[in-house]
Design a protein around this ligand. Structure first.
Ligand SMILES: [Zn+2]
Ligand SMILES: [Zn+2]
Length: 83
């Protein structure tokens, strides 16, 4: 699944560009936006401007391209397992 900024198409390169209010810095896409230090689940993710992003905040799930299709195919698998 491709991950990119829904506003400007910037793609994360694996760097630890996101900071939690607890002060911890990490790659938010490693943990689906949950802070590994304090456990806080972040609802929005900022596009980091200092590495080429647009600085705008977007809902974390909007960063995953094709997420709806992925959820749909998982649901289909669950249905076929039940049968
Ligand atoms: Zn934190
Ligand atoms: Zn952006």
């Amino acid at each position: 699944m491709r991950i990119r900024c829904p506003k400007c198409d910037w793609e994360p390169d694996g760097g630890a560009y996101w900071q939690c209010h607890c002060g911890h810095m990490w790659n938010t896409f490693d943990t689906a936006a949950r802070c590994p230090s304090c456990g806080f689940q972040h609802e929005t993710t900022q596009c980091p401007p200092h590495v080429g992003g647009c600085e705008k905040f977007s809902p974390h799930l909007d960063w995953y391209e094709g997420l709806d299709e992925a959820v749909e195919s998982i649901n289909k698998e669950v249905v076929s397992v039940k049968k």
